[in-house]
Ligand binder design. Structure first.
Ligand SMILES: [Fe+2]
Length: 450
């Protein structure tokens, strides 16, 4: 802190020795001297003082007049006046004129002056500290205001909707993109539980962390967003969660188009397979529906059911490499022709190998003619060694083949086909899958097929 300054107007002959007094003051002081009223005023004009120590002798005996002139010169420094006249009325008058203290010279002049200056110094030091403290508060407020402006500007410049909620799930900050998404003014957003606005739900999520990666739609159901959440200040009293939304509408649309294109292509291919023979029209489609039903009865997941669907549509893709003359033959096949037909699961697997997205259905395609007792082809796998999807396809494929028209044998009606499935359960077919399918057929739960 800067040293305190004193303007001293006195002389040795009035008994005041400033050097002696200054040495007794606490802290660092700078001392300026003045002799007579004009010099006092001159010093006042050129510098600021923390205290004025004026003796009556230096003011031509007119201390009150001196005080008036000091005020006129804009001085607000506290004055300590020293006089040799022990007159209380004069003292009171000088105090009314703004004197801070009025000392009558006596035996303890030095102690009295030190006491008066000491209290002024203490007050001055406090005042200065207060000013510094106020300046710091102003600086902090400026910094906070600027930071708020910068933060809000940045927040609003981000086009992803963002909001921040507290431990009670109430929104305490939101950016313009979020405000536009909700269609509400900020005043109606701030303080509301986030789940009453967007993403709208019955209540808060059990774990906000699980909010990441969710797909949510806006109220028009047209825009799709993926959520990301971050939590910070994880204390009991103070916990914040930030939600950021990424608009993935375009990406989802492209994904759906691609999926549609993929499935459309697979279905076309499936029809091309069935068209290889005059009596297999719709075969792959029906097998797919039966297989999906069996899969559903077995409790497969949606993703597994999609695999069953794809495998059903393409289970006979290997027939694309088989001569039409054999596939279309009306009579019973020769052993050689049958050997060629038996190649189609392997050919199918080979055809699908280069397509990464189809690799997961290869086991089902390759093994759909295996038998539960190990007497099937191409690998003679037995029971649990046969891929599950292939066991499902085997039941569905056999049922459709039995109930479909074939020139080389008579067509089974539903009851006969059920009987055949039952009699081959455990030998040709996985008994559990066959039984659940038989039960579904008996309840007439078969899916409608073309
Ligand atoms: Fe087949």
């Amino acid at each position: 802190m800067d040293r305190l300054s004193i303007l001293f107007a006195g002389a040795g002959d009035d008994g005041l020795h400033i050097s002696d007094i200054a040495a007794g003051l606490p802290g660092q002081w700078s001392v300026a001297h003045a002799s007579g009223p004009d010099e006092v005023l001159g010093e006042i004009e050129h510098g600021r003082f923390d205290v004025l120590l004026l003796s009556a002798a230096q003011t031509n005996g007119n201390l009150a007049g001196m005080l008036t002139r000091l005020r006129a010169h804009g001085s607000d420094a506290p004055s300590v006046l020293v006089t040799g006249v022990p007159d209380h009325a004069t003292g009171a008058n000088l105090m009314r004129h703004g004197a801070r203290d009025y000392l009558v010279r006596g035996q303890d002049d030095r102690e009295a002056v030190l006491h008066a200056l000491g209290s002024i110094a203490e007050r001055r030091t406090l005042e200065r500290a207060l000013v510094v403290s106020e300046q710091r508060v102003t600086q902090v407020l400026d910094t906070v205001t600027r930071a708020k402006r910068e933060w809000e500007g940045t927040f609003d410049a981000i086009t992803n909707p963002i909001f921040l909620h507290d431990a009670d799930y109430r929104i305490i900050r939101a950016n313009t993109a979020y405000q536009q998404l909700t269609g509400l003014p900020f005043e109606e957003i701030i303080g509301r539980p986030y789940f009453t606005l967007f993403p709208k739900q019955d209540g808060p999520l059990q774990d906000d962390g699980a909010g990441s990666g969710r797909e949510v739609r806006d109220q028009t159901e047209r825009r799709i967003f993926r959520t990301r959440t971050f939590r910070f200040d994880e204390t009991a009293a103070c916990r914040y969660t930030v939600w950021i939304f990424e608009d993935i509408t375009g990406m989802k649309l492209a994904e759906e188009n691609l999926q549609e294109l993929f499935l459309g292509t697979v279905k076309s291919l499936s029809r091309a397979i069935d068209a290889k023979s005059a009596w297999t029209a719709g075969h792959s489609d029906r097998v797919t529906r039966y297989a999906v039903l069996i899969g559903r009865l077995a409790g497969l997941s949606d993703e597994e059911l999609r695999t069953v669907e794809l495998a059903g549509l393409l289970h006979d893709v290997g027939k694309l490499g088989t001569f039409d003359a054999i596939l279309d033959k009306k009579g019973v096949l020769t052993p050689e022709e049958y050997e060629i037909i038996k190649q189609h699961p392997l050919r199918g697997a080979e055809l699908l190998t280069p397509i990464r997205q189809m690799n997961h259905i290869i086991p089902a395609v390759r093994h759909h003619h295996e038998r539960y007792d190990g007497e099937g082809y191409p690998d003679g796998l037995k029971a649990g060694k046969i891929p599950y999807m292939a066991r499902i396809l085997a039941v569905a494929d056999a049922f459709d083949s039995m109930t479909g028209w074939r020139p080389y044998r008579r067509t089974f009606n539903r009851g006969e086909a059920i009987e055949e499935l039952r009699s081959c359960s455990g030998t040709q077919f996985d008994p559990e899958l066959a039984e659940s399918f038989i039960a579904a057929i008996s309840r007439d739960d078969l899916p409608r097929v073309a």
